[in-house]
Design a protein around this ligand. Structure first.
Ligand code: PDD
Length: 291
């Protein structure tokens, strides 16, 4: 098959699969999702994606009825049906269930599971990205990987409108749990995490309510620590972003790339050696884990 999709026990193609009108994903975007990558037929870091997915379900109180092994088997079954398994994107989402439109949780509804897999090449690793900045207008549950992505979609479209590859979201004001206030700080991209290299240190926004705990971000941190590169998890300002030695964009399907321009001004390009090293470490990890 060119691609394969699953919905509540039915397997077909992405084009053919049907979901009911009253799936709460349709009316409310009432669900969560995750995206993983599969290389040489082997899902990469899949258990960490499962951890995040089950945590997303918990945080929005979806009682997800499939065990991790059931989910793993469904994904494996879909991948096995593909003609081309070399590089594959794995998408899955759970919605709260199917019920007439009504805001509170439906009683006795069972969560719906939608999964699809399709070939996807990771490209342009050597190409620096053009970024633009946008206001981060999202709510305070950005750690939940919800399918409700309107602000992210608007940010991504703004990037396209401005001839850019990705948008960097900036919170005008945020309060951490301990009451600390930050102004005009970088949170993350529309669909990626943003980090910088400055004076040999990897700096990235802290985990919490204002960013998605990216799996690529986590592994970049681990690779830095294992290779003697200092890591700081703290917010940076727009000024620090523009003044960074390198600006890094990471995600499951981007891996890690550097930026060369933000809002039309040149950025980065001052520590390509460290960037190249980090990117190589990450690609090597992918190759090693998916041998
Ligand atoms: N996006 N931040 C946001 C808002 C994201 O949507 C993503 C991933 C990331 C990076 O997370 P990870 O390294 O785990 O992919 C950060 C996925 C790929 C998507 O929505 O398609």
């Amino acid at each position: 098959m060119k691609n394969a999709a699953y919905y509540n026990g039915t397997i077909s193609t992405i084009e053919e699969i049907r979901i009911p009108l009253e799936d709460r994903a349709v009316y409310f975007g009432d669900g969560v999702y995750d995206v993983a990558f599969c290389h040489n037929g082997k899902p990469f870091l899949i258990d960490e994606h499962f951890d995040r997915f089950y945590n997303s379900c918990r945080l929005i109180r979806i009682d997800f009825p499939y065990t991790r092994e059931e989910l793993r088997n469904i994904i494996g079954e879909l991948i096995s049906r593909l003609d081309d398994r070399e590089d594959v994107l794995i998408y899955w989402q759970a919605s709260r269930g199917t019920a007439p439109r009504n805001h509170p949780f439906p009683k006795d509804a069972r969560a719906n599971l939608l999964v699809y897999v399709k070939p996807k090449k990771i490209t342009k690793l050597d190409e620096p990205m053009k970024l633009c900045t946008v206001d981060d207008i999202r709510y305070e549950m950005c750690n939940v990987k919800t399918i409700n992505l309107i602000p992210n979609i608007l940010a991504a479209q703004t990037a396209v409108d401005r001839g850019c590859d990705e948008a960097v979201q900036i919170r005008r004001r945020l309060f951490e749990d301990d009451g600390t206030e930050y102004r005009d700080v970088i949170t993350e991209g529309a669909h990626t995490n943003i980090s910088v290299l400055k004076d040999g240190v990897f700096v990235t926004a802290p985990l919490g309510r204002f960013i998605l705990p990216g799996i690529a971000r986590k592994h970049l941190i681990e690779l830095c620590r294992a290779n003697g590169i200092e890591v700081l998890e703290r917010y940076i300002t727009r000024g620090e972003l523009m003044d960074a030695d390198e600006v890094l964009v990471s995600s499951t399907t981007t891996l890690v790339r550097r930026a060369c321009e933000i809002d039309g001004k040149p950025v980065g390009g001052r520590d390509t050696e460290l960037f190249d090293r980090l990117q190589r470490l990450y690609i090597d990890k992918l190759d090693r884990d998916c041998m």
